[in-house]
Design a protein around this ligand. Structure first.
Ligand code: 8YV
Length: 317
């Protein structure tokens, strides 16, 4: 009999789904009607969980999976998995380390340029026929230059560094904050987030969300100020979304480019209605190239764990 696998999120790479189906009995949790009953009945036979970074897996579910040999996260964020519990249990939790760095950084820069150059509002203006109705160049307010902007990076991990490389190519002076200064990073470290916000034209959030809930609040947004932009490609809950919505509505910051939100797929109305925001539906890693590489890492991690090996991408064992 094939090993039983529980898949919590769809994988969008057909070849991976074919390989999974050929090797394992794959149970698609997201298609199961009575999930609680299903878990009670089948939980004891599940040997691997595949999940998304944002979805993770609850401790309550893990406790119902006694035969589990691996949690393979199809993503880089593991904040939605109780790593301490998995460590105690000797359970490998794997992530797709390094696979999505470039795409997430690309989207961060894309969102920042889109926000400061009003790309989406401009697109709507042309698309809606407004240009013909208002042909004067004064119908559209002037935008803000991206090249040379002072960029503050919050979280100088793989993604933060890739954002820095890209921003540096646009002539942007870069500063960053993290839990500590890093010897191998050529940019100025600023320990205090408020100070970083005051010294930046744009703050780009690339930090893990584990211990940083609500890190970006009204005080940080006010320090960023009415000419400042916020970009978030990390996790929604790094930001106090109520504070952000108020700052956007009142023009206390110039704009925001957001790929992630506190309660996805729900996005506060104030953020959806504003011309100051450029929004994406958690798409930073959603290219064929990256999702293909991520899916391969997931396949490898599951295969290694079920073969009794320590998965190369394990963060907990
Ligand atoms: C992925 C993410 O889109 O890597 C992460 O932590 O949140 C995302 O980039 C998601 O995990 C896909 O399942």
């Amino acid at each position: 009999m094939k090993p039983q696998i529980l898949q919590l999120n769809p994988i969008l790479i057909p070849a991976t789904n074919e390989k999974l189906a050929a090797r394992y009995e794959v149970h698609k949790y997201f298609e199961i009607q009575d999930q609680a009953a299903w878990l009670r009945e089948h939980g004891s036979s599940i040997e691997a969980v595949i999940t998304g970074g944002h979805t993770g897996v609850s401790r309550a579910m893990l406790e119902q999976l006694p035969a589990l040999k691996v949690v393979a996260v199809n993503g880089v964020g593991t904040d939605a998995v109780d790593l301490a519990y998995c460590r105690e249990r000797g359970l490998p939790v794997t992530a797709t380390l390094g696979a999505l760095t470039e795409d997430v950084a690309d989207l961060a820069i894309g969102l920042l340029i889109a926000a400061c150059r009003n790309l989406c509002a401009g697109d709507r203006f042309v698309r809606d026929g407004q240009w013909e109705l208002h042909p004067s160049p004064s119908a559209i307010p002037l935008a803000r230059r991206f090249s040379g902007m002072r960029v503050g990076i919050v979280g100088m991990g793989r993604v933060g560094r890739a954002v820095a490389t890209r921003a540096a190519a646009f002539g942007c002076p870069i500063r960053y904050t993290d839990l500590r200064a890093m010897d191998d990073v050529p940019h100025a470290f600023v320990a205090d987030l408020l100070e970083l916000a005051r010294e930046s034209d744009a703050l780009v959030l690339c930090a893990a969300a584990d211990k940083a809930e609500g890190l970006i609040d009204a005080a940080v947004l006010d320090a960023l100020g009415p000419h400042g932009y916020l970009v978030n490609v990390a996790r929604g809950r790094l930001v106090n979304e109520t504070d952000l919505a108020r700052a956007i509505e009142a023009g206390r910051i110039a704009g925001a480019g957001l790929d992630v939100f506190v309660d996805e797929p729900r996005v506060p109305l104030a953020l959806r209605q504003s011309d100051r925001t450029t929004l994406q539906a958690h798409r930073a890693s959603a290219t064929w190239e990256t999702r293909g590489a991520m899916a391969q890492m997931v396949l490898d991690s599951v295969a290694q764990a079920l073969a009794g090996e320590r998965p190369a991408m394990s963060l907990t064992t």
